[in-house]
Design a protein around this ligand. Structure first.
Ligand SMILES: Nc1ncnc2c1ncn2[C@@H]1O[C@H](COP(=O)(O)OP(=O)(O)O)[C@@H](O)[C@H]1O
Ligand SMILES: [Mg+2]
Length: 255
């Protein structure tokens, strides 16, 4: 589905930055891949190229059998719209619009009818557990809820794959785990997931982990036993908060 052949990316400026160097990568439909690596190693650059937000300086990128490295901006935007859903660390929601409107918006660009947009947006908002928050604005939602709106927005166009750049980076562990639970479900439904994370525990949900260093892939390993997101979520929910443990101990002592 995704095939990078000798992809390099050089940013020109006061001096050249070689963000990606000769990257070869094949990702099949239905995979669940985590990309890790230190800050500046090229993770976002890789995601942007795979997501058709940017082009390689050299090398080839074949997506679904089609060379996209040479496409025009308009053509890239079209590919993006048809097959890719994005989730970002900072949610990138429109602050003055309701959850429903935020999720409907990508469908406006696709020319769906108002009734169809509404039906589809409500459906994906329900999928991410926000059926009772559709008329809230981002400021009236928690970070975790905002990220779930962003996931719904990514899903509304029925993408073949979801690209997420540090989707849990701004979330507390429980909210992050709720997002991972949704990704797990999507992957089971056949959607390809590619996510960037700094967190080993988040990466451990993926079936494959790729590590970048200085713009090169330095390891690419299968994870034979990915974490089950529902089990992890249960563990977090049942774990009392640190403060609660302390007071329970004190209460036990005085009884
Ligand atoms: N638009 C840009 N212009 C110039 N340099 C950039 C740009 N985007 C990223 N870089 C540089 O490319 C390298 C890789 O960046 P990035 O892909 O954002 O890494 P990561 O996401 O792993 O932190 C870094 O050295 C970064 O400073
Ligand atoms: Mg980055």
């Amino acid at each position: 589905m995704i095939s990078l052949g000798g992809v390099s990316k050089v940013y020109e400026g006061a001096y050249e930055v070689h963000a990606l160097r000769d990257v070869h990568l094949e990702i099949e439909a239905g995979e669940y891949v985590a990309v890790m690596g230190p800050s500046g190693s090229g993770k976002s650059t890789l995601m942007n190229i795979i997501g058709c937000l940017d082009r390689p300086t050299s090398g080839s990128y074949v997506l679904d059998g089609r060379e996209v490295a040479g496409l025009s901006d308009d053509q890239l935007a079209q590919v993006r719209n048809q097959v890719i859903g994005f989730v970002f660390q900072t949610f990138n929601l429109l602050a003055r619009q309701t959850a429903l409107r935020n999720v409907e918006l990508p469908m406006v660009y696709r020319g769906a009818s108002p009734a169809e947009r509404r039906r589809r947006a409500l459906e994906v908002l329900e999928q991410v557990g926000l059926a009772d928050r559709v008329h809230h604005r981002p400021t009236q939602l928690s970070g975790g809820q905002q990220q779930r709106v962003a996931v719904a927005r990514a899903l509304v166009g029925q993408p073949a794959f979801v690209l997420a750049d540090e989707p849990t980076g701004n979330l507390d562990s429980r909210s992050g785990q709720e997002v991972m639970t949704i990704f797990g479900r999507l992957n089971r439904a056949g959607i390809t997931i590619l996510l960037v994370t700094h967190d080993e525990r988040i990466a451990a949900h993926a079936k494959r982990v790729i590590r970048l260093m200085d713009g090169r892939i330095v390891s690419d390993e299968r994870n034979p036993e990915p974490l089950d997101p529902e089990t992890e979520l249960q563990r977090l929910v049942s774990q009392p908060a640190a403060g609660a443990v302390a007071s329970a101990g004190a209460g036990g002592g005085s009884a």
